[in-house]
Design a protein around this ligand. Structure first.
Ligand code: ATP
Ligand code: MG
Length: 418
């Protein structure tokens, strides 16, 4: 037997209603906030992620699914959505539309990680990106969209953690201060962080190794070294959040895993997720579009891990009230003529938008009725020779056991089961 690859999951029909509910909530919230869906390829040129995610990140250094295709190109399965969206924004000249360009996506992502609870190799994200929004209010719009989505689903107990990691100017000065700090602990840092120390010391703060993160605890904080413009941007963002009554925690330790972030970064966490507590990560990435060959363009967005969201929803019992689809009517049949009539009626009823079902396993009549019960059909009907001759049958209400005669036309059946 061939099993699914390590770190992947089948989403079974019993879970589909929950996924569909989440996807519908995402689409509705995005619609009210004016974000439109974009779909980009599952795989991209490897260079896109090396440049767009950053080659000092865990994602690029350790986690990418990269292979050579038959044409000798280096291809990577997308580990995230933002770089692809920025590429598409440039390639399709979306910047020529009235700005900002507000996009959302519902995608699968691929990262070669050690599979564990809340950490898969194939997982799903709902995310948004706003390109070209220059006003300070953009950050608050993006954050409140994420919160509105969780609220719509009834998810509670989440924490919003906000930080600013500055702009290239203040970041550079801060990196120097940080480098000096980490140099004092250089021998203890992991191998990856040795390279990070010179190239991008801020990455060390995000390192998953216990020793590195313990050292990072006491490292100088970016938030204490922001330039006046970045400080003002952060203050304004917080003021907008205050104005709509959003609770947040300022968490100087958030630097986010990806290289392209500037200024606002945020995470939404839940204590129902164990070690993988972050359900949503986002922030501003003013340098990204330019890095990928476009004109300097402001950008901000977030991504929500749907498997982690589902873990939270299940632990809060939010998967319970979702109705599973059930047939409106089950038409059972004995004999060839009845069987053909059952087939015709089911077909016609389905065309009318009615969930009509019949047996497809050559069951006995008794077994057909048992099956109708299992399917939780609202109504049922048995067709035999007499019913075909008289063109009439008993329509049974499965909930209260009552029945009434109806003629064998889809219209009459349809009217009587509404
Ligand atoms: P983590 O610190 O948990 O590795 P990350 O910073 O790598 O997260 P992002 O790149 O910001 O994650 O992705 C956004 C969201 O996608 C995360 O907050 C999480 O909910 C989800 N996510 C990321 N990696 C995985 C994974 N391997 N399996 C399941 N969900 C994931
Ligand atoms: Mg990660």
């Amino acid at each position: 037997m061939i099993n699914k690859p390590r770190g992947t999951e089948d989403i079974l029909p019993s879970d589909s209603p929950l996924w569909q509910k989440i996807e519908a909530a995402a689409r509705e919230v995005c619609d009210t906030f004016g974000y439109r869906e974009i779909r980009t390829p599952v795989f991209e040129d490897t260079a896109l992620f090396q440049r767009g995610v950053g080659d000092t990140t865990d994602v690029v250094q350790k986690e990418m699914y990269t292979f050579e295709d038959k044409g000798g190109r280096s291809i990577t399965l997308r580990p995230e959505g933002t770089a692809s969206l920025a590429r598409s924004f440039i390639e399709n000249s979306l910047y020529a539309d009235p700005q900002p360009t507000k996009l959302y996506y519902l995608i699968s992502c691929y990262r070669y990680e050690k599979p564990q609870s809340g950490r898969l190799r194939e997982f799903h994200q709902f995310g948004i990106e706003c390109f070209g929004g220059t006003a300070d209010a953009t950050d608050a719009e993006v954050i409140t969209l994420a919160l509105s989505f969780f609220e719509k689903l009834g998810v509670t107990g989440l924490k919003l953690n906000v930080n600013s990691i500055g702009c290239p100017v203040c970041k550079q000065e801060y990196n120097q201060i940080l480098r000096e700090y980490f140099r004092q602990h250089q021998e203890k840092l992991c191998e990856t962080c040795h390279t990070r120390l010179e190239k991008n010391p801020m990455r060390i703060i995000d390192c998953k190794s216990e020793i590195c993160s313990a050292i990072a605890q006491d490292a100088p904080k970016m938030i204490d070294h922001l330039c006046p413009d970045c400080k003002e941007h952060l203050d304004k963002t917080l003021r907008y959040l205050d104005s709509v009554g959003v609770d947040y925690i300022i968490d100087p330790s958030i630097v986010r895993g990806l290289d392209y972030y500037t200024r606002t970064v945020f995470e939404i966490t839940s204590d129902q997720l164990g070690a993988q507590s972050t359900v949503c990560g986002g922030g501003r990435y003013n340098g990204l579009v330019e890095e990928l060959g476009g004109k300097p363009t402001e950008g901000i967005g977030f991504a929500i891990g749907l498997e982690r969201l589902i873990m939270i929803m299940k632990s809060q019992g939010l998967d319970q009230e979702i109705p599973q689809s059930r047939p409106d009517i089950f038409i059972a049949a004995i004999g060839d003529d009845a069987d053909v009539t059952a087939q015709t009626l089911v077909y016609q009823l389905r065309k009318m938008g009615c969930r009509a079902e019949r047996d497809l396993c050559n069951r006995s009549i008794k077994a057909q009725m048992k099956y109708a019960n299992k399917l939780n059909a609202a109504y049922s009907m048995v067709l035999g020779d007499d019913e075909i001759t008289n063109q009439k049958a008993e329509l049974k209400n499965m909930a209260d056991g009552t029945s009434k005669p109806v003629s064998l036309t889809a219209e009459e059946i349809f009217q009587n089961i509404q």
